[in-house]
Structures are given as structure tokens and as C-alpha cells.
Design a protein around this ligand. Structure first.
Ligand code: BGC
Length: 461
């Protein structure tokens, strides 16, 4: 029992190292930019382009990843991903010009996009149902740790201004990813679908026991029998996966349009506007990153106990309330009280996100699609996430400039209210369930015939 659990954690962490790189690469640019800007004398537009290269590269990487993960396997895709990260990082470190750095960040972005699709897939397919939420949440935990690590690295090298060193440190987790994945197994679902049920049974038995392995293998066979052909991304809307796609795509867009990355990146600017000193700005970023990690740990402990729906609803409510108050604070005259209130709101907002909408989105997109459409569904959902990320990133400052802070935060708040209503109506409870049961609830909710109270979890699947 202890050994099976250990294996699950070791293999889970191996794959989630790609999640760490996702967070690191997204976070590192904020500190590096200050010095890259100086070295290459970049205009505002050029800086914006450099920042946007990552989500744009990720968009492309994510679209390729679904197909790749079906063809060469989830494990093979993650090994390839590690190599993409190595290539992108080395190019960034030696970049002699701005254009080369742009290319390097696009390659790294592709690595991030591949990770975002493949890690949740790998984790959800490796985990027995009762531990699936926790194992997939490991991905979000590693993303938040990656962001925190990047801020700390930025802080350490800020004195010397060595942006190449900031990028270079990503080589360590990239090498770990390749090395560890070479020793990790392929997922049972992929092995079964590719004609190797014996190997699939061995992997399930290695993380559960023999009796459970037979049961889960049987379930894999049955759910695959319903959709014999692999469903490609372009056919999703016309397939049996359409209702799940609506949920994946909506939550992906909502996660971004609720302002998460705008708030993370502009937290120092937001605090400065309330009258605080910008030199403390890095400190706020680190504080926000720490709260992000801490609340994700809470989610990790709760997701398989409370379930996905309660966390999602709680999260949307907390984010909504903090954004409404944050908007109101901006209508007050500047002063110390305003600053502390704003900081409190930002922390409540990030904690609420990290406990629910952050991790649960990734858990759900790995759970709600039928096996034949799982890779394509995750791929299209994450592509929506990256596209929305770019739109919000480009639009945030323009909208705040035109409307002011308060209405901007209220727009984010309105998105959170929408997430609450949408989750209440359409998102199924997937805790501890097998895919066939999840699928039934997705369809029932679509037609309004859902049983809101989900049947209790079955530990063995
Ligand atoms: C989101 C990212 C975000 C991160 C913050 C993830 O769930 O998809 O866009 O930067 O959470 O922790």
C-alpha cells in the first residue's frame, strides 16, 4: 500500500515537473524584462511582443500536443517536451539579439503549451479514481511553485541584472523532467488503446492492487468500446464529446477573463496606485505567489474529499466578493487604509482562485472527455485558455485606461458571477467516479435532468 502510494507520487511528480516549468517560464519574464529591455533598448510594443510570445507559442504547442500525446503516448510527449524546454532555454541564454530571444520564447512557449495539455492527461490516466483529483492538482501546485521559484530567482539576480542566468536556471527542471520521465511508465489508458492490455494492467497494479487492476482495465475497455475511433480536434463539436467541450472551453475562457493573470502581473502596479511605494512591489509579487501556493495545498487536500463542485462554487464566490470590494476601494481617497484593504482583497482573490478555479479547471478537463476525445478535448480547452490569456493581457491596461480601475475589476467580478451560475448548472461532480458515470451527469445537466447530489465516491473506481 505504502509502496503503491510512493510510486504514484514519484511518477506524478516526475510528470508535474513540466507543470513547474510552465509556472517558471510564465513567471520569470517579469523580472528578466527589466534588464532585457535595457540591453536591447526595447520599446513598449517590443516588450509586449516578448511577453506575448509565451502564450502564443503555448497556443501552438497545445494544439500539437493532443495529437502527439495520442500518437507517441503521454510519456513520450513529456520526454519530447523536456527537450523542447532545453532547446528554448539554451537559445534564450545565448540570444545575441532581440529577434533570437523572441524565437527562444516562442519555443519555450510551445513547451509550456505541450505541458499544459499533457501533464493533466498523464496524471488523470495514471491515478486510480479515488486519488485522481489530488494527483491532477499536483500539476497546479507545481505551476504555482514554479511561479514562486521564478520570482525568487528574479529577486536573487536583480542586483546583478543577469537575465541570462534567470532563464538558464530552467535547465535544471528540464533535465529532471527528461531524466525522470525516461523511468516513468506510459499511462494505462494509452497502453490499452494501443493494444497492450497486459502492460496497462501491470501499470494499474503498480499503483493499486491486482483485483483493482482487473476492474479498472475492464472499465477502460468498456468506455473505449463506445468510441472506437479516436476523435480529432476538428470533429469534437459534432461528436459525443460536444457537451464536455462546452464545459472545458467555457471554464478555460472564464479562468482568464476572471482576471487571474492580469491581477498576478499587475499586482505591484495596482498597489502603487493606492499610494504605496513601488520598491516594495517585488515583495507583493512574492507574497501573492506564496498565498497562491498555500491555497493550492488546501485545494489539494480537499479536492477528493469535498469534490470539485463545492470548491469551484466557493472559489467563484470568493473571487466575486474580493473584486467587488477592490473596485469600491478605488473609489475611496488614497491613503494607508486604502492600500491595506486593497492588499487584503488581492490576497483573498488569489486564495479563492487557488482553492478552486485554478486547479479544478485542469482537473475537470482531464476528466470529462470520453477517452477517444480526451487528448483533443484537453488540447482545444487549453488553446482557449492561451488565447484568452493573450486577449486579457493586451486588453487589461487599455480597458483600465478607458474605464478606470473600479469598472475593470467589476467586469472581472461579473465573469466570476457567471462562473458560479455556469458551474452550478453545468459542471458535473467527478469526484471518485468512473468516466461512464461522469458522462451521464454531463448529459443530464445539459438537458436539465441532473441529480445535483452526486452518488458517493467509490474508492476503487
Ligand atoms: C492558470 C494560469 C495562471 C496560474 C496561476 C493556472 O491555473 O491557467 O493562467 O497563471 O493558474 O496560478
Amino acid at each position: 500500500m505504502v509502496r503503491t502510494k510512493r510510486r504514484l507520487v514519484v511518477w506524478g511528480l516526475s510528470a508535474a515537473t513540466a507543470g513547474f516549468l510552465f509556472g517558471y517560464q510564465a513567471g520569470v519574464i517579469s523580472g528578466a524584462l527589466l534588464f532585457v529591455r535595457r540591453e536591447f533598448a526595447l520599446s513598449d510594443v517590443e516588450q509586449g511582443a516578448l511577453v506575448s510570445m509565451l502564450p502564443l507559442g503555448a497556443l501552438v504547442g497545445g494544439l500539437i500536443a493532443g495529437d502527439l500525446a495520442d500518437r507517441i503516448g503521454r510519456r513520450g510527449t513529456l520526454i519530447a517536451d523536456g527537450l523542447v524546454f532545453v532547446a528554448g532555454t539554451i537559445l534564450a541564454v545565448v540570444a545575441p539579439s532581440y529577434v533570437v530571444l523572441l524565437v527562444a520564447r516562442a519555443i519555450t512557449g510551445a513547451g509550456v503549451g505541450i505541458a499544459a495539455v499533457t501533464v493533466p492527461l498523464y496524471l488523470s490516466e495514471l491515478a486510480p479514481p479515488a486519488a485522481r483529483g489530488r494527483l491532477v492538482t499536483l500539476n497546479q501546485l507545481m505551476i504555482t511553485l514554479g511561479i514562486l521559484a521564478a520570482y525568487c530567482v528574479d529577486l536573487v539576480f536583480a542586483g546583478s541584472g543577469s537575465w541570462r542566468a534567470m532563464f538558464a536556471l530552467a535547465l535544471v527542471p528540464a533535465a529532471v523532467l527528461v531524466g525522470r520521465m525516461l523511468r516513468a511508465p506510459e499511462t494505462p489508458a494509452w497502453l490499452e488503446a494501443h493494444g497492450d492490455p497486459d502492460a496497462a494492467r501491470r501499470v494499474i497494479a503498480a499503483v493499486t492492487d491486482r483485483a483493482t487492476a482487473d476492474l479498472l482495465l475492464d472499465d477502460l475497455r468498456r468506455s473505449r468500446a463506445q468510441d472506437v475511433e479516436r476523435i480529432a480536434a476538428r470533429d469534437l463539436l459534432r461528436s459525443s464529446a460536444a457537451p464536455a467541450l462546452m464545459i472545458g472551453v467555457t471554464l478555460a475562457a472564464a479562468q482568464q477573463f476572471a482576471g487571474i493573470n492580469a491581477i498576478i502581473s499587475y499586482a505591484p502596479t495596482i498597489m502603487e496606485k493606492t499610494g504605496l511605494n513601488l520598491s516594495d512591489s517585488v515583495l507583493y509579487s512574492v507574497l501573492i505567489a506564496v498565498v497562491n501556493v498555500a491555497a493550492t495545498i488546501v485545494s489539494f487536500r480537499l479536492v477528493d474529499r469535498l469534490g470539485r463542485r463545492p470548491l469551484l462554487l466557493l472559489s467563484a464566490a470568493g473571487m466575486f466578493a474580493s473584486l467587488v470590494v477592490l473596485g469600491l476601494i478605488f473609489l475611496l481617497p488614497a491613503g494607508a487604509a486604502q492600500s491595506w484593504l486593497a492588499l487584503a482583497c488581492l490576497l483573498v482573490y488569489i486564495a479563492s482562485f487557488a482553492v478552486g478555479l485554478g486547479p479544478v479547471f485542469w482537473v475537470l478537463i482531464a476528466e470529462i472527455f470520453p477517452p477517444a476525445a480526451r487528448a483533443a478535448g484537453a488540447s482545444v480547452s487549453t488553446a482557449t485558455s492561451w488565447l484568452s490569456n493573450v486577449v486579457v493581457g493586451l486588453g487589461f491596461l487599455a480597458v483600465t485606461g478607458a474605464l478606470g480601475e473600479a469598472p475593470t475589476f467589476w467586469i472581472f467580478a461579473a465573469v466570476c458571477a457567471f462562473v458560479f451560475a455556469f458551474a452550478y448548472r453545468y459542471v458535473p461532480e467527478t469526484k471518485g467516479r468512473r468516466f461512464s458515470e461522469i458522462d451521464q451527469e454531463v448529459r443530464a445537466r445539459r438537458t436539465g435532468r441532473a441529480r445535483v447530489d452526486a452518488p458517493s465516491a467509490r474508492p476503487t473506481g
